[in-house]
Structures are given as structure tokens and as C-alpha cells.
Design a protein. Sequence first.
Length: 286
Amino acid sequence: MVVSTRSPAAHWVRSRVRQPLELMTGLGREFTFYGSVVAGVPLAVVKYWRHIMRQIGDISFGGATLLAGGGAIGVVFAMSAVAATQVGIEGLRGLDLLGMGSLSGLLSAILNTRELAPVIASIALAAKVGTGFTAQLGAMRISEEISALDAMAIPSLPFLASTRLVSCLVCVVPLYVVGLLSSYLASRLVIVTFSGQSAGTYDYYFHLMLTPTDVAYSFVKAVVFATIIALVHCSYGYHAYGGPEGVGRAAGRALRTSILAIGIVDLLLTLTLWGLVPSAPALGLP
């Protein structure tokens, strides 16, 4: 007896077999794209450095004025300050319940440096800069501008994606400095100025726990997150399809993917850099 290929059972089997194959194909396409973009960085730096400089200006300050939040600086500053304010308020409240309110500076130094500042700055970068990358490349794809570049023998990946990766890596360091300082100032402001805690005690425990190693590791996190954001958003924009609606869907999917990747990589980096049981030499903890 021959089973019809149009039967529900045959359709169910085909769908179950097709799903893992499509997943593997998609992953292969993504990682091939990432490798090609990274490999094109030297060509982008040598030949398209003017394009990189324009991208750096757009990322940092945008097309509008700084006061209007045209670039990523204002977004990173505001989001880091708000998140650090919440850490200061809730951290002080929780420590006061244990009679340990004087240790609020210690909590601020650890949380802001190791976790809060890199994650918040990266999410702001993904929402402000990454979605812009996806929209720009997606618009070029549906209007066949990318195909026109390939037809003119201009390598589209180094020109469009590698330049954006380089500009994102160049901008992430000063942007992250702004976000990190914003988080430190916001936590100190809410704990010392508004809550009336001793400034000397706060500064003592803050500087006691703020080590150069932690700051360096924090910058490593920021650079890794910026790389992920640039690669993921450029990939979704470069492979966009379906007209303007498809570009919008690609931007939303890219943002979800990059935020999820940041969460997973953040966990792995924390365990790798600080270990499962973080040390605190300043407090006598190995």
C-alpha cells in the first residue's frame, strides 16, 4: 500500500525533518556571514576609512543635535544613570534592613562595574545603533543597492558590514566610559546626597572594591557585546527581504536575538572572568 505524500502524517514527518535542517542551515549562514565580515575588516580599514569615520559620527552624535538625543551618547548616559539609581535605592534599602547600610559603596562598585554598566550600555547600543544598522542595510537590500554594489565589483560585505563593525568597536570604548561614569555618579548621588549616607564611608568602600582588574574585565565585556551587536544586526539587515515590512520584521528579530545573545554571553563571561565564586581580596576573601 502506498501512502500519499499529501496525507497529514506525511506532512507532519516532513515538517519535523525540515525544522532542524532549516535551523542548521540558518546557523551556518549566520556564522559564515560573521566570518566574512571579520575577515573583511583589514580591507575596510585600508580602503573605506572615510566611510568608517562617517559611521563613527553617526553612532556617537547622530544626525540630530546631541541635546535631542541624536546619537548613542545620550541614550547610554540616561539608561545607565536610571539603572544605577535603582541599584542605589534598592541596594541601600536592603542593606539597611541588615544594619549594613554603610557597605552601599561596596555594592555599587561591584554591581555597576561587573554587571549593570556593560549590560545596560550594550542594550542601549543594540536599541539605538544596532536597529539603525539593520534598517539601513535592509533598505539597501530591498532597493537592490547591495546588488548594484556587487555588480560594480565593490565588495558589499567589507564596505557595508565590516566598516560598521569597526566603527562600533571604535565608539564602544568612549560610549562605555560615559555609561560607566554615569552609573557611578548616579549611585553616589542617590545614596550620599538624597539618602544622607556618609560620603567618606561610601567612598572608602567604593574605592576598596573598585579594582583595575574589574574595570578591565568590564571593558572586555563591553567590546564583546558591541561585536555581537554589530554582527547580528548587520546580518539581519543584509539578508532582509519582503519589502519595508520585511525590514521592520528583521529589525525586531535582530534586536531580540542580540539581547538574548548578550544575556547568554554575559553569564559565560562572568563565570570565565570572575569564576563561580568571585573573589574579593580587599575584604580578605580569596
